[in-house]
Structure formats: structure tokens, C-alpha cells
Design a protein around this ligand. Structure first.
Ligand code: BGC
Length: 718
């Protein structure tokens, strides 16, 4: 018996017992911040108890539009009205998209995943929560956990990439950081796992499009990150815009209740995505807004974001009998439970104290450093102290794009440029060539005088994010030409790639002597990149997504099953046999990343080559380890990765599945034994009904640097 839960229940029932139907529905209503003259009527609606939550932004794609500074006084005034003048005195829950930073901007979430350092990610989200709650934000719409295999999708930047194991690790880190160790504290913020579910599978990477996801794929690929978020204590979930196999998730009892609640154990509340309830008409499953409201609430969708469908139509739906008041009570119960658990009744108001963000900026720099992935290095990095460096390209003096999409509160003008940060490190050995075009000619003295040319290239933040899919995932033609031109000087060239998504690298990687993929890495991106270029830090990021050669090879991801035929599209096997005109092997595989030293792996050793299924079921684990030696001259971090392959199962299993990773610093010349304990949870899979099964038979265990590792041993489950 949990007394805290019982107390909460008693409080909730006491409140509900006095509420009118209208006030109950008000708790399920989340309008956005009013603009201009709308404010007075908005206050009256709060007074009438019609507003349970406020979306602290304006517009359907908040991450793409400039959002004003948070007006704390206005929100506090709304809260005062709610607490003092509304019929039940229930405080408003203020929610905002604090996706990868508040005032301090951290790397985009895809880059955070590339750090393979969940502990640091969690620490950064703690910083984020401290900043955001200081401005009165109780609830953030993160983590975004949409597994994605299509880099054309603009929203790939917001998620953890293509792998369910990484997704789950990131989910735990973000929920833990945002909600803190005690969700009722005033600097803890509610997390919202989104977008449930399958949004990242939108056809062709076209935002909001339909998806086809078998139950087998759903349970094994798309659901694990959400399960992890729920297990980590996420108290809210946002449903996704898309349909899965013809069922809009917004109105799907299968997804919102049977799978999310019954299978994954979620007991918080579900909020819709923006206007998604009335969208059911356009999706063709409802004809009237009242039907939309009824379908959604009956499916298990508790709160309606923005479109007023619940507040305007649910009362009638109750009168006409399509929705029972008990269903509404249940939704209200969930919302109130979360409000109470979050301590909202105890600290409803924003205090906005002066915050010293120095340590947050340091964490942002650490995470930006750990997110950068060194893809190629032919004797050029780190840049020697004596070298003269030419810096050119559209990102040399760029500020805003460094912050990435979904930056509602960070300021571009406070963000240092790469030129500024490299100047600090290199002084007058740096020549900034202030041209992002081809205007510079072959007699350009600055280039001619340089030993190394750094090309700061990539994609604008405006090419990423919501409703910003692209069909061409290469960098722009003028930047490709810039790389070719730099090559003609016969200098060493370093490509520093500021991108939000995986880009097709085939055309450019051959012309660059070194490539560092630095993403849109936030407020401290430039400092982190400068540190890496000059060897102040060693790169340690790894790819959480495959980098394809060409867009025509999409989808290209590592954890696929075997076709069983010689013509096999798995990217690590039978290269060239799949398409007759090009090789679908990736430019850089999942898990890949270099640093300024080399690591040598011993063969993995398992403490036993057999383990019984009954022992596994009873909780026994088995240890597999490998010795990893740093054979170079530089101390650096290695991300040691554990993959498995279930050789023969009742359903086909992927040729490699990530089941563990450990980021470990290894001194030059040193050797570290890296061990993984694997157990029941790691060795099975979900069948089509969502039941987790571990089967007897052989399992290959691989320990290596990336998904292509062949460094293996085998165990048998008997
Ligand atoms: C996005 C969500 C976001 C919401 C509120 C929607 O358009 O899909 O991710 O949280 O808007 O801004």
C-alpha cells in the first residue's frame, strides 16, 4: 500500500466530487497563450474554470516561429485567477516546448543521442528544468522518442535516431533529468513522452503522413523507448498526429489504451497534439467536432491541445450519450493526479529568480563536445598549434543555426560563432575568409597562406524541424562546389558539418581530408568544435543513425533481418548485390565514430557458454567482456558497444541489435576490461501480440566499435 498514492487519490476524489461537468471538461482543455485583445476573454475563461492547462506558445509549429519572451507576470495573473477566482481553485498547468534547452541551448536531441552519454544528457536536462521552472514552466513536451529511419523527415532532429535501445536510454535520461528525483519539487518539471506512436515512420519522411507499422515492429522497434519513459516515471504522453495502419492515433483505443496503458503500464494522462482532435474530420473518421471529441476521449485521450473540441463539444456528447460522464471523470482524475503529484497546488506561481547559468553553459559545452562525431581523419586533426588555418563557409560566422530548431528561448545574439571561438584558440594564425560563396579565386592569399582549410558547412536550422522535410539530403550545390574548390589549392581540408539530420555523404567525403559531424549543437557549439579541431578535447560521439551514401538508399538502418537470399540488402553484407547501379552500404554505419587514438579489442569472453532459460527467468545474468586497449598517444573516450544476434527464433530477429554500450575513458597505452551483464530483458523479443518471449537457442554476442563488428562469441540458452 502506497500512502502517498492513497493521499493523492483522496485529494483527487474530494475535488472531483464538487466539480460541475463544465469545470471537469475545463481541466481537459489546453488553449494556447492569447494574443493582444484575446487576453481579457481568456482571463474570464480561467475565471469560469474552463482552462486546465495553457500552451505557452503561439502557432501550430511553435518550433519554427519566433516565440516571445515569457511574460511571467501575465501567466502569474492567470494563475492567481485560477487559484482565487475559479469555481474549484485548481491551478493551471503551464506547458511549453522546452525541447533541448531553455535560455541555455543544448545540442539538438539527435546530437545528444550521438554522445552515447545518457548520464551527461540527464545532467543537462536537470539544468534545463532548473531554468524553465524558474520561468514558471511546469511541463515540457519532451522527450520526443520517435524512432526514425528516414533522414528526409525534418523532425528526425528531435529524436534519438534509429535504434530502440538508444531510444530507451535517452528516454530514461531525459525523464530523469526533467522530473528530477522528486517531481513535487518546484524545480522539477513534468516530462511528456511524445509522439505516441509511429510518427517517425511517416511515409517518405513527409511530415504528418500515414504510417504502416506491423504490431511486431511496433512492439520491438517503436514502443521500447516509450516503455522506458513510462518506467522512468513520465507522467504525461502526447499522442501523435499520424495514423497507424488506418487508425489515427488520436482516436485509437488500441494504441492509447490497450497498448500504452494496458501493455506499457502508463498511468498518467495523455494530451493530444496540436489541433489533432478536430483533425479526425480531415483524416476521415469523424464528420463533426462532437464526434471527434467523443472518439478521442473514449479512446483514452485525456487533454485536448488547442482546438477547443473538448470544451465546446463534450458536454453535448454527454447529453447525447456518446460519452459517459464516468469517462470524463476518469480523464479528470488523471489530470488532477498529475497536478497534485507535481506539487502544483503547493507552488503554482513563477518566481523568476536571477540564475547563474555558468555551470549550465559548461555542461552545454561538454555535451556539444561529446556529441561531435569524427568521421574521417587522414592525418590532419587535431590541427597543429603552429599551423595557419583558413576558415571558410556559411557556418563560419553563423549563430542562429547553431542553436537548431525548437529553440524557443535561447538567443542567437548570445551564441558565439565558430570564427570567434577559433580566433580565441588560434589568434592571428586564423584567417577567416569572409565568403561563403565561390567569390574567392585561386590567387586568394589567405587560402594560399594556410596550411589547413576548415570548411564550416551544413544545413540551416530552417531546413529541419516540424513540417520541414526535405527531398534532397545532400548539402547545397554551392557548398559542394566550395569543397571542390578548396581541394584545388592542394591544402589539407577539414569539413565541419553543422547538420540537423543525417546527410548523404558520398559526393563530399572523398574530397575532404577530415570530417567532423557537429550537428546543431547549441549555445556552446562553436567552443566545443574549436576544442576538437585544436585537440583540446578528443571527439567521442558515435552515430545514432546511419549516414547513407545517397538518399535513394533510404531506408537504410542497421538492425534489419536477413533476407536469406544472396541478394541481401543488409548494409554490412553482400555489398553491391542489392541494387545493380550502386552499393547500398552506408557511408558511415550506426555506432561509428573515430577519435585521436586507436583502440584494439580482444575477443569477447563470456563467463559461461550456456545459461538456462529458467535461470534467466529467475533473474540470473551473464557477464560478457572484452579488453579494450588504447594503442595511440592520446587519452580518449571509447564507446564500447554490445550487439546480439538471435541465430534462430520463432520470428526472424535482426542481424545485429544493440544491447549495451559503455563510454569509457582509456589512457594512452592503457587497457580497460569492459563488461556487460546481460539477462532476461536483453535476450528476448516481443511477439505480434506484444508478449515478451525469450527462447532457447544460440545467441551471438558481439563487442566492438560499431554495428559492423564481427568480434564475437556465442552462448546458448538451454
Ligand atoms: C508538435 C508538438 C508540440 C506541439 C506544441 C505540435 O505541432 O507536433 O511536438 O509539442 O505542437 O507546440
Amino acid at each position: 500500500m502506497n500512502t502517498m498514492t492513497d493521499d493523492v487519490k483522496v485529494r483527487v476524489e474530494k475535488i472531483i466530487s464538487k466539480m460541475s461537468l463544465r469545470a471537469k471538461i475545463g481541466q481537459l482543455n489546453q488553449p494556447e497563450t492569447p494574443v493582444g485583445s484575446e487576453a481579457e476573454e481568456f482571463k474570464n475563461a480561467v475565471r469560469r474554470g474552463e482552462i486546465g492547462s495553457v500552451l505557452m506558445s503561439v502557432g501550430a509549429t511553435a518550433g519554427n516561429d519566433a516565440q516571445g519572451e515569457i511574460n511571467v507576470d501575465f501567466y502569474n495573473e492567470l494563475q492567481r485567477i485560477a487559484v482565487e477566482e475559479s469555481p474549484d481553485g485548481i491551478p493551471i498547468l503551464f506547458g511549453r516546448d522546452v525541447i533541448h534547452g531553455h535560455k541555455t541551448v543544448f545540442p539538438i536531441p539527435l546530437a545528444m543521442a550521438a554522445s552515447f552519454n545518457p548520464e551527461l544528457v540527464g545532467k543537462c536536462y536537470r539544468d534545463i528544468a532548473v531554468e524553465a521552472t524558474n520561468d514558471g514552466i511546469h511541463w515540457t513536451f519532451t522527450p520526443m522518442l520517435d524512432l526514425c529511419r528516414d533522414p528526409r523527415w525534418g523532425r528526425i532532429i528531435e529524436g534519438p535516431g534509429e535504434d530502440p535501445y538508444v531510444g530507451a536510454a535517452i528516454a530514461r535520461a531525459i525523464v530523469g533529468g526533467v522530473q528530477g528525483d522528486d517531481i513535487s519539487k518546484s524545480d522539477s518539471m513534468l516530462a511528456c513522452a511524445k509522439h505516441f506512436i509511429g510518427y517517425g515512420a511517416s511515409e517518405g519522411g513527409r511530415d504528418y503522413h500515414r504510417t504502416e507499422i506491423s504490431d511486431y515492429s511496433l512492439y520491438n522497434y517503436y514502443l521500447p523507448a516509450f516503455r522506458a519513459a513510462v518506467k522512468a516515471g513520465a507522467l504525461t504522453v502526447m499522442s501523435s498526429f499520424n495514423d497507424v495502419n488506418g487508425q489515427p492515433v488520436t482516436s485509437s483505443k488500441k494504441y492509447l489504451t490497450d497498448i500504452l496503458r494496458d501493455k506499457a503500464g502508463f498511468d498518467g494522462f495523455v494530451v493530444s497534439d496540436y489541433d489533432a482532435v478536430t483533425q479526425l474530420i480531415k483524416q476521415g473518421v469523424a464528420e463533426t467536432p462532437e464526434q471527434c471529441a467523443a472518439l478521442s476521449i473514449n479512446a483514452g485521450l485525456d487533454m485536448d491541445m488547442h482546438d477547443r473540441c473538448y470544451i465546446d463539444y463534450l458536454e453535448n456528447a454527454v447529453k447525447s450519450g456518446t460519452v459517459s460522464e464516468a469517462v470524463i471523470d476518469e480523464a479528470v482524475r488523471r489530470v488532477l493526479t498529475v497536478k497534485i503529484k507535481a506539487g502544483l497546488f503547493e507552488h503554482p506561481f513563477a518566481e523568476r529568480k536571477e540564475l547563474d547559468r555558468t555551470s549550465h553553459l559548461a555542461d552545454a559545452r561538454a555535451l556539444a563536445t561529446e556529441s561531435a562525431v569524427l568521421l574521417k581523419n587522414e592525418g590532419v586533426l587535431p590541427i597543429a598549434k603552429s599551423a595557419k588555418v583558413g576558415l571558410i563557409g556559411p557556418f563560419a560566422n553563423e549563430r542562429r543555426s547553431l542553436l537548431g530548431s525548437w529553440t524557443l528561448d535561447g538567443k542567437a545574439e548570445e551564441t558565439p560563432t565558430l570564427a570567434e571561438e577559433m580566433r580565441k584558440a588560434a589568434g592571428d594564425k586564423l584567417n577567416v575568409i569572409n565568403s561563403s560563396t565561390l567569390a574567392w579565386d585561386s590567387t586568394n592569399k589567405n587560402i594560399a597562406a594556410s596550411d589547413v582549410v576548415v570548411l564550416a558547412i551544413g544545413e540551416s536550422w530552417t531546413a529541419t524541424g516540424e513540417s520541414r522535410a526535405v527531398s534532397d539530403i545532400t548539402i547545397s550545390a554551392d557548398q559542394k562546389a566550395l569543397i571542390k574548390k578548396a581541394k584545388t589549392y592542394g591544402k589539407k581540408t577539414v569539413g565541419v558539418i553543422f547538420c540537423g539530420r543525417p546527410i548523404a555523404m558520398e559526393e563530399i567525403s572523398g574530397d575532404l581530408d577530415a570530417v567532423v559531424y557537429v550537428w546543431h549543437a547549441g549555445s556552446e557549439a562553436a567552443g566545443a568544435v574549436s576544442d576538437i579541431l585544436f585537440g583540446v578535447s578528443s571527439p567521442s560521439g558515435r552515430l545514432p543513425v546511419t549516414l547513407p551514401r545517397r538518399a535513394t538508399h533510404i531506408p537504410l538502418y542497421y538492425n534489419v533481418t536477413s533476407s536469406g537470399r544472396p541478394v541481401d540488402c543488409y548494409y554490412g553484407e553482400n555489398p553491391g548485390n542489392c541494387y545493380v547501379d550502386s552499393m547500398p552500404v552506408p557511408c558511415y554505419p550506426f555506432g561509428f565514430g573515430l577519435t585521436y587514438t586507436e583502440f584494439e579489442y580482444s575477443a569477447p569472453v563470456c563467463e559461461s557458454d550456456k545459461i538456462s532459460l529458467s535461470d534467466l527467468e529467475a533473474g540470473k545474468r551473464i557477464t560478457v567482456s572484452a579488453d579494450v586497449k588504447n594503442t595511440g598517444a592520446v587519452t580518449a573516450k571509447e564507446t564500447v558497444q554490445l550487439y546480439i544476434r538471435d541465430v534462430c527464433a520463432s520470428l526472424m530477429r535482426p542481424m545485429r541489435e544493440l544491447k549495451g554500450f559503455k563510454k569509457t575513458q582509456i589512457a594512452s597505452g592503457g587497457t580497460v576490461k569492459v563488461s556487460f551483464d546481460i539477462g532476461y530483458d536483453d535476450l528476448g523479443f516481443y511477439d505480434e501480440s506484444g508478449n515478451y518471449v525469450v527462447e532457447k537457442g544460440k545467441i551471438k554476442l558481439f563487442i566492438g566499435k560499431n554495428c559492423l563488428t564481427e568480434n564475437q562469441t556465442e552462448i546458448e540458452i538451454i
